[in-house]
Design a binder for this molecule. Structure first.
Ligand SMILES: [Zn+2]
Length: 627
């Protein structure tokens, strides 16, 4: 009996062991910040102290740490400066402007002192990264306190953050503090700042900002001392100016975020609008002729939040601030900096885009450097859908993402496309990056609707949000959600679409009469396989949608067109360039055949997708001839 029991025990242990290790468990680090910063508005210099409670949730022992010191990018000769002066198509906001900054216009951020649990750390400044050796290894599951004293100078605004932006906003304080780099299952991410994309550690922020009392501060999080601030902060809309020279401390807390932004200007007005069952929206801007459209913005912003909450998941914080500042539009937790001299449509458009980043980046915190298409692309997709709701088009739009498809086709045609899996800093051109991150990223979702149906894609997006909020989802995490929601195998989709520049092209090759019925030959011309929707319209006005699944999908989407019969045909193995299908009626009955009438499939040549059969024609060979 004994040996039997022993074997049973061993088997049990083995089962437990494999259950524990069958799936790679998800973990993420945590960094809770306490910061104090004092800004001198005459010299634009600041000094601060920071205490980070760093929780190591990884299975690894950590002996080093890295911080981002983004302001060091704004110095002549920095990686960002040289990159901008050597890339073929520099960002017009940057060009060679960094090279011409004088010593009082540059930015810098320096650690003066850094301790781990009160023991001095050895550290080195390497451009925009601070390299740190920890005196005591941080074991798995343990935490330590990293305390730093730092000083910096706010650069003249070049890109995103800085002082005196072109609309005259005094301080746009983004990427302004020593920010701990993220450590995940791919290791450390001490990504030098050359101009785009961010990734941060989740945690709670408690920040005190002291500056001249005549400035109004807008920031991530909730203001803790409105009574001390005055400024009409609580009764928003009025702005009581404090006498110059006095200093004020603004205290904000922000729970469950991975960054902290603020802006300050002596002429900011502050207005609010309440989203029903949603956050309180704050608006900070300078009232001028050029900012007239801001008066109409709150109504649109409230509507946008209501629509987005319903379609893409509930916004999880109690407030959101739309702040005039920056150099275009840029997303931060619970806030955005946008330039404000815009007409209404453009102002609403940029607001909607940045607001949507609260879903795709601020809550679903993907590593933007590696997967910019998961935040810029998904945001662009959701923006197009939301803008259509806010500004309904006069004529029905076939594909609200048509603009994204157009930009993808033009970059492909120009031969400039690079795989979407490229690190966002490593694209050869800004154009290729912009297209991949924004346009191809947006098409990823629109086209997924074509593959698994829009309704399943929409349900999948909500499930993705609810499953991965406050974490760092990767492409595989997103794909697995869509696989579970659709019951189909979708690995092939990202393998081609993300990792390669393979393109899609399907064509109608031939129609002929076979046993008194029409037969159709389709051809896969492009190197990326896809399921095929073939819409057959008969002369009597009836329509049939023949859906041909891709064999490796192991499934087919449900019916999408309510006014057409739906027929799921034999699946198409991707190895086969040709596919033949038989219809139930003769060629003479057919009006036209069209591959993907929804235009959601990113087919690079749509010329061969449509075939209109002329009267009396009983067979057709396309221009390329028969086979
Ligand atoms: Zn964006």
């Amino acid at each position: 009996m004994m040996w039997k029991l022993l074997i049973v025990l061993q088997v049990c242990c083995l089962c437990l062991f494999s259950a524990l290790f069958a799936q790679r468990p998800y973990w993420q680090q945590r960094a809770d910040y306490h910061m104090q910063v004092e800004l001198d508005v005459n010299t634009h210099r600041f000094s601060g102290s920071q205490e980070i409670v760093y929780q190591n949730n990884s299975p690894d022992t950590i002996t080093k740490a890295y911080y981002h010191l983004y302001f060091n990018a704004f110095q002549p000769g920095s990686m960002m400066d040289v990159r901008s002066r050597t890339i073929a198509d520099p960002d017009q906001r940057v060009r060679d402007r960094i090279a011409h900054l004088s010593p009082d216009e540059i930015g810098y951020l320096k650690a003066l002192e850094l301790k781990q649990d009160k023991k001095d750390c050895i550290f080195r400044h390497e451009g925009t990264i601070l390299e740190v050796e920890l005196p005591k290894p941080l074991l798995p599951g343990k935490q330590c306190v990293l305390s730093m004293k730092f000083e910096g100078q706010v650069p003249l605004q070049i890109r995103r953050s800085g002082r005196d932006n072109r609309e005259g906003i005094a301080y746009s304080m983004a990427q302004w503090y020593p920010k701990l780099c993220e450590y995940d299952d791919k290791g450390w991410h001490p990504n030098p700042y050359v101009g785009r994309e961010f990734y941060g550690v989740w945690g709670d922020f408690d920040v005190k900002i002291t500056l001249d009392a005549s400035y109004t501060v807008a920031a991530t999080g909730y203001l803790q001392n409105p009574d001390k601030i005055g400024h009409g902060y609580e009764s928003a809309g009025t702005s009581v100016k404090a006498p110059k020279g006095d200093r004020l401390t603004w205290h904000f807390v922000a729970p469950k975020v991975h960054d902290f932004v603020w802006a300050a200007d002596p002429d900011f007005v502050h207005k609010t609008a309440q989203v029903p069952n949603g956050p309180l929206l704050h608006f900070f801007y300078e009232e001028k002729d050029e900012t007239k459209a801001w008066e109409e913005l709150p109504a649109y912003a409230v509507k946008a939040f209501e629509f987005i909450n319903q379609h893409f998941g509930r916004y999880p914080y109690q407030s959101y601030s739309i702040i005039q500042g920056g150099d275009g539009g840029m997303e931060y937790p619970m806030a955005t900096l946008i330039t404000g001299h815009r007409r209404l449509r453009s102002l609403v458009g940029v607001t909607v885009h940045e607001v949507l980043h609260s879903w795709y980046q601020m809550v679903l915190a993907t590593n933007e450097s590696l997967y910019p298409w998961m935040d810029e692309g998904f945001t662009s997709y959701a923006s197009a859908i939301t803008m259509q709701e806010l500004f309904p088009p006069k004529n029905p739009v076939l594909n609200p993402l048509a603009g994204s498809y157009g930009s993808y086709f033009s970059v492909v045609k120009a031969g400039l496309e690079e795989p979407m899996s490229t690190h966002s800093d490593h694209y050869h051109t800004n154009r290729a990056y912009g297209m991949a991150a924004y346009s191809k990223g947006a098409i990823t979702l629109a086209q997924l609707g074509y593959i698994i149906s829009d309704s399943i894609r929409d349900r999948g997006l909500l499930r993705y949000y609810n499953t991965w909020k406050f974490r760092h989802p990767t492409p595989d995490d997103f794909l697995r959600i869509m696989e579970k929601e659709s019951g189909m195998v979708l690995d092939w989709y990202l393998e081609h679409w993300m990792n390669t520049t393979n393109t899609i092209d399907y064509g109608i090759r031939k129609v002929w009469e076979k046993d008194g019925k029409a037969a159709v030959a389709l051809e896969r011309i492009g190197s990326m396989p896809m399921p095929v929707d073939l819409m057959v319209t008969y002369k009597d006005g009836s329509r049939e949608l023949h859906h041909i699944p891709l064999r490796i999908m192991r499934g087919a989407k449900p019916r999408e067109y309510q006014d057409a019969a739906y027929l799921v045909r034999d699946d198409w193995p991707w190895t086969h360039p040709f596919y033949e299908l038989q219809l139930s009626r003769p060629v003479a009955d057919i009006q036209q055949l069209e591959i993907d009438p929804s235009t959601r499939m990113a087919d690079v040549d749509r010329e061969n997708n449509l075939l209109q059969l002329e009267e009396g024609m009983n067979f057709y060979l396309n221009a390329a001839g028969g086979h």
